[in-house]
Design a protein around this ligand. Structure first.
Ligand SMILES: *[C@@H]1O[C@H](CO)[C@@H](O)[C@H](O)[C@H]1NC(C)=O
Length: 337
């Protein structure tokens, strides 16, 4: 070929690529201004959107859960225990009661621990504003970038665990709810001094096999479709009223969450992730699903009790403090049992 021919070809291809580049820029602009148009452009009508390729993300999208760099409370690194309490934006009273009962610390505890409330975005602007003020006043609320609904509880817990493992790195994390009592007089000390399971710890009140059936009734609060989770039974898992994870177990669970599709049943999802990550759920009688009339001496070993009204929280705190000196005759329970 002659050299003039080459030159023309080069010229033409240069022009063509310039044109293409302009077109791409324009298309990008259109997509920014009219995101809907952009969506249609990516998935034309009549055609199904592309299936996620093998290895593509189908687990939890952690980046989307964070509301901003300063949205989280402060935490000291390397505390013995970080308590994450799931709470709804409107549950102001439950949080206040917790602050003045089991989350209250007198002086500097021998084993450092901290309580943080996990809340999502409120649907109501007034509630959202009140929550922002509460967050600024107490500095103990982690606000996530997801709608605060019951079926988003899984995202709330994943966000809390991720934040805790990145920002605070405590030795242990307790996940609990705002209608639960936590024995903060015993738990940090128990973890620091008596607990022998320092790694791979995932302990709580486990469900029996019958209670691990996946609920396929669409009207149920715990409904999970076969698309979201195929087996008919969950692996052993700890009730969401309260479970303790060692930091390494939490990290393994978070790692698995990137691969495993979330289901709206938070505690069962953690169980699925734990199994996937090779972390065994450990049963303990120290986590009580029911608030029966526990006596003072029961507070020597109970760590979490579910279902307390604000008044019962006050009474539980009194019992917890009484248990320090009462029941000296009974033996100290040193295991998870
Ligand atoms: C969960 O939160 C996301 C993000 O805010 C929202 O788009 C979605 O509708 C919520 N899901 C449910 C089931 O509430």
């Amino acid at each position: 070929m002659h050299s003039w021919c080459w030159k023309r070809l080069l010229c033409a291809s240069l022009l063509l690529s310039l044109l293409l580049w302009c077109l791409l820029l324009l298309a990008g602009d259109v997509q920014k201004k009219w995101p809907v148009a952009g969506r249609f452009r990516l998935a034309p009508r009549g055609r199904l959107p592309a299936r996620p390729r093998l290895g593509a993300v189908q687990g939890v999208d952690f980046a989307s859960l964070f509301a901003g760099p300063r949205a989280g409370p402060r935490c000291a690194r390397g505390q013995v225990l970080l308590i994450l309490v799931t709470s709804a934006p409107g549950n102001v009273e439950a949080r206040h009661v917790i602050r003045r009962t089991w989350a209250a610390q007198e002086g500097r505890p021998a084993n450092q621990w901290q309580t943080v409330f996990l809340v999502g975005q409120a649907a109501n602007a007034e509630v959202a504003q009140r929550m922002q003020r509460e967050r600024q006043e107490f500095g103990d609320i982690l606000v996530g970038n997801y709608k605060d609904t019951y079926r988003n509880l899984t995202l709330k817990v994943m966000h809390g665990l991720k934040w805790a493992s990145e920002q605070c790195q405590p030795y242990y994390i307790l996940k609990t709810d705002d209608d639960c009592f936590v024995n903060t007089d015993r738990l940090p000390t128990f973890l620091a001094e008596l607990n022998t399971v320092r790694t791979g710890l995932y302990v709580g009140s486990l469900f029996s096999r019958e209670k691990r059936q996946v609920i396929r009734e669409p009207s149920s609060k715990w409904y999970v479709s076969r698309q979201d989770y195929r087996p008919d039974e969950y692996p052993p898992y700890a009730s969401g009223i309260g479970y303790v994870l060692s930091l390494d177990a939490a990290e393994k669970i978070l790692e698995a969450a990137q691969r495993v599709r979330p289901i709206p049943v938070e505690d069962a999802y953690v169980g699925i992730l734990a199994e996937e990550a090779g972390v065994r759920a450990k049963a303990s009688a120290r986590f009580a699903k029911h608030n029966v009339r526990w006596r003072v001496c029961n507070y020597r070993y109970l760590m979490v009790i579910h279902h307390l009204s604000p008044r019962e929280q006050e009474a539980a705190r009194r019992s917890m403090l009484e248990a320090r000196s009462a029941c000296r005759d009974s033996l100290e329970v040193t295991r998870w049992k």
